[in-house]
Each structure stands twice: as structure tokens, then as C-alpha cells.
Design a protein around this ligand. Structure first.
Ligand code: NAD
Length: 442
């Protein structure tokens, strides 16, 4: 196990002209996440011993591994797996493939998974990992070898009762199937078929769950629907902007457009586009599948990143990377609500500006949890050798999302706090109760 040097926090954020800032300029994500959680720690007067335990991940694994490229050369890659906490159940969390992946990012993302599981009462702990690699620069064969070699190197650090990866930025169902197959082939013939649950987010053919693909976007849309009811706001004709048009952004856009909402702006790593008359999410999706980006889509005009945040819109869904919503973006944002499809998209300083402006924020650990909830259902199906139908899976998801949403709303009202603090407070109380009952071994 090794550690990496940490970056300094910079909420103002340096930006490249017309493009997106490098993760290096975004500050130390783990410190920023800790600052967010601190508000809830103070509110519930969290036991300092529990705060100390949750203040660091249990395990931080870094693996450097070689992979043969298509041209016959070998290249070294750096892989991560951070296991934050497992008092509520096995470590659980995504595997990210991104060229700027780093240890502090993984630590923050793993911690958020612990609080997400605790908030939604899913019997999982928190983990996160990935590989420092730009998947767009590699062929399918190279990505397969990277994934299989990384999985083999992780060895017993993952497992269906120990640590269960899932897709995240830059990974997908195919990545999960390669991970599962590699793991299956090293555990031994007799157990092979009993370890499908080593990863979730697999294709249905290879043991995945119906409904998992759209689960995160669906969860985001359930929260938006509940918010609209609370605010007496009509989603039919509402204007939406979405940053990130991958798994989360695409399904959020499709499901919102079914409710009559109009997508007026979209951005991704390749650029930003807008059309006040509306962007058809299905056609845009066909375009991104061919080109890998929303840029160049004929049904909209190209705009700059700064213009995107200032678009006339009612709802903003960040669904790209963390720390995209800084002070500058918060100042120009016109939306009534920010619904965090991405993990950690908002700087604490930007959040304060938004709250002062009267903008509602539905925090990540509440609203982007559809993925981990359906991952839990996938894991259960694998354990029981069952296959639930889509209506069953999505019905359970809806019930759980709405229940947690109502719990957070009630907690925030009763304690006069913002929704992020309420969400963390509920999760932290559950974790604290568990530590109180179980104590620390020995
Ligand atoms: P994805 O890889 O499918 O899509 C990521 C999108 O973000 C792409 O459109 C990409 O172009 C865009 N993007 C990347 N860098 C960008 C930048 N600098 N500026 C603007 N756009 C950028 O990933 P995903 O699975 O949709 O995940 C998106 C976010 O949602 C992440 O924060 C992830 O952790 C979170 N999340 C995902 C899931 C899930 O089930 N996939 C669940 C919960 C949370």
C-alpha cells in the first residue's frame, strides 16, 4: 500500500479556455468531502471515536500492473481500490477508468458510498476504485486486457461477500462482465457459478439485473418528480440542462422527456450544445454513440461552457464528474433546483451561494443512489439464482427512492438544515448506532 501527494483545494477553479478544468485544479476531493460531512457530524454531535474511524478509509490499495498493447509493446498502469467502511455490509462501489483518477478522488468516492448505503438502508459498505487510463485511447482488446489483468491483480481484495465493484465513469456492462469472468476463473471450478455477484452492473445475459442500466437516471427522475410535487411545479414543459451524457445523463434525459420536460442544454467532455426549442435525447444518444460526444450534434448550436451554466433552465442535473459547479457557475446558474446525478459535483462555497439564492439542492447520496439500490437487487438475485422482471425491480426502486426522499425531507424540516446535511446525518446516525451496539474488536 502506498500514498500519493495531495492537491490543494481551489474553489475558484482554474479553467482552460472554452473547455473543462483539469482535475488537478479542482482541489483535494477527500478534504472537500470531509468538509461537507463535518456539518452533519456537528449537527448530530457524532461520537468522536466513530468520527475518527469514519475519517479515513480502512484500506487503500494501489496496484501498478503491466499490459501488452496491440502493437506488442508493454505499458504500466496504475489501479486503485479504496475500501472505506464495511460495518453495514461488504464494500460496494464503482470502478472508474479516467486518465486523471487519483487516490484522494477514490477516497472521497468510497466514503460517499458508505453514507449512501447507510442513508438508503442497503446492507453494503463503501468502496471505489479504478484505473488511471483514458479508455477512449484504447482498443476493445486493450481494454479487455487492462481489465482482466487489474482484476487478477486485485485477487482476493474483491469478492461477492467482501468488496463488490460496479460500473462508473469510463466503465460499463462489458467491463463488469470481463471482471466477473476473470474472477470466476481464478476461484476454482466448484465455486465458479456461485460468485457471479462479485460485480454488479453486468449485462442481463451474464447475470445482471433488468433495470440496472437505467437505474441511476431513474432514481434521479424519481427525486425530481417528488421535488416537483413538493414545489407544485409542472414538469411538463420544464427546461432542463444536463452536464454529462453518459449512463446517468442519457437515462435522466430520456425519462425526463417522457414527462414532457424540454432538454435545452447538454455538455460533456467534448463540448457544450444548446437549443431553446429542445434537444431530442434519443437522437442525441444516437449521435454520441457514433462520435463519443455531444459536440457536433446537428439539432443544437455549439456554446461555451460558461454560457451553458447561464442558460434559462428550471432544473440543472450535473451528471459528469465531481467539482464541476464552482463559485462562478453558481453565480450565473438560473435553475430552481440542482439535482446531483454525479457524485460530488458541487463545491461547498458554491453550495452556500445556491442556498442563499434560494436554489434547492438534492444531494448526490440521496438522488444518484438508484444504481447502488438496483446493484443490491442484482446481488440478491445472483445469491438466490433468480431473475426478477423489470417491473418488479423498478417498482422496488421507486418505493425505496421515495421513502428515503421523504425521510430526508422530514429530517431537514425537523432540524432546519439543508438536505445534504440531513442526508449525511441520517446515514451517520445509522453507522453510529451500529458501532455503539457492536463496539470495536477486540
Ligand atoms: P459515463 O462514463 O457513462 O459518462 C460520463 C459523462 O461525463 C460523459 O458524457 C463524459 O463526456 C462526461 N464528462 C467527463 N468529463 C467531463 C468534463 N470534464 N466536463 C464535462 N463532462 C465531462 O459515467 P456515468 O456512469 O454516467 O457517471 C457520471 C457521474 O455519475 C459520475 O460522477 C459517477 O460517479 C456518477 N454515478 C454513476 C452511477 C452509475 O450507475 N453509472 C451511479 C451513481 C453515480
Amino acid at each position: 500500500m502506498t500514498t500519493e501527494p495531495t492537491a490543494k483545494a481551489s474553489p475558484g477553479r482554474a479553467q482552460t479556455e472554452g473547455g473543462t478544468p483539469s482535475l488537478k485544479d479542482r482541489g483535494n476531493l477527500f478534504e472537500i468531502a470531509s468538509r461537507q460531512i463535518d456539518k452533519a457530524v456537528k449537527l448530530i454531535k457524532l461520537d468522536p471515536d466513530v468520527a475518527q474511524i469514519l475519517g479515513q478509509p480502512k484500506n487503500e490499495i494501489i496496484i501498478n500492473f503491466p499490459v501488452r498493447m496491440d502493437n506488442g509493446e508493454y505499458r504500466m498502469f496504475k489501479g486503485y481500490r479504496v475500501q472505506h467502511n464495511n460495518i453495514l455490509g461488504p464494500y460496494k462501489g464503482g470502478m472508474r477508468y479516467h486518465h486523471e483518477a487519483n487516490l484522494d478522488e477514490m477516497k472521497a468516492l468510497a466514503a460517499w458510498m458508505t453514507y449512501k448505503g447507510a442513508l438508503h438502508e442497503i446492507p453494503f459498505g463503501g468502496g471505489k476504485g479504478g484505473v488511471k487510463v483514458d479508455p477512449r485511447q484504447h482498443s476493445r482488446n486493450e481494454l479487455e486486457r487492462i481489465t482482466r489483468r487489474f482484476t487478477a491483480a486485485l485477487g482476493a481484495n474483491i469478492g461477492p461477500e467482501w468488496d463488490i465493484p460496479a460500473p462508473d465513469v469510463g466503465t460499463n456492462e462489458q467491463t463488469m462482465v470481463w471482471m466477473m469472468d476473470t474472477y470466476m476463473n481464478v476461484v476454482g471450478q466448484a465455486e465458479k457459478n456461485s460468485v457471479r455477484g462479485v460485480v454488479t452492473g453486468k449485462s442481463v445475459t451474464s447475470g445482471g439485473s433488468y433495470g440496472r442500466r437505467e437505474a441511476t437516471g431513474q432514481g434521479v427522475v424519481h427525486c425530481i418528480t417528488e421535488w416537483a410535487k413538493d414545489r407544485n411545479f409542472n414538469l411538463d414543459g420544464a427546461h432542463i440542462i444536463i452536464q454529462g451524457f453518459g449512463n446517468v445523463g442519457t437515462y435522466t434525459a430520456r425519462l425526463l422527456s417522457q414527462k414532457g420536460a424540454v432538454i435545452v442544454g447538454v455538455g460533456d467532455a467534448g463540448g457544450y450544445i444548446a437549443n431553446p426549442e429542445g434537444i431530442n435525447p434519443h437522437k442525441l444518444s444516437e449521435h454520441t454513440q457514433k462520435t463519443g460526444t455531444v459536440a457536433g450534434y446537428r439539432g443544437a448550436s455549439k456554446i461555451q461552457r460558461e454560457e451553458f451554466f447561464g442558460l434559462e433552465a428550471d432544473i440543472f442535473v450535473p451528471a459528469a464528474l465531481e467539482l464541476e459547479l464552482g463559485v462562478k457557475e453558481a453565480q450565473v446558474l438560473k435553475a430552481k433546483v440542482v439535482v446531483e446525478g454525479a457524485n460530488g459535483p458541487t463545491y461547498p462555497e458554491a453550495e452556500q451561494i445556491l442556498l442563499d439564492k434560494g436554489v434547492d439542492i438534492i444531494p448526490d447520496i440521496l438522488c444518484n443512489s438508484g444504481g447502488v439500490i438496483v446493484s443490491y437487487y442484482e446481488w440478491l438475485q445472483n445469491k438466490r439464482s433468480e431473475q426478477w422482471d423489470a417491473a418488479d425491480v423498478l417498482g422496488r426502486l421507486e418505493k425505496r427512492m421515495k421513502q428515503t426522499y421523504a425521510n430526508v425531507r422530514a429530517y431537514a424540516l425537523a432540524n432546519k438544515c439543508d438536505w445534504r446535511t440531513a442526508s449525511y446525518a441520517i446515514g451517520l446516525e445509522r453507522l453510529q448506532n451500529c458501532y455503539r451496539e457492536r463496539g470495536i474488536f477486540p
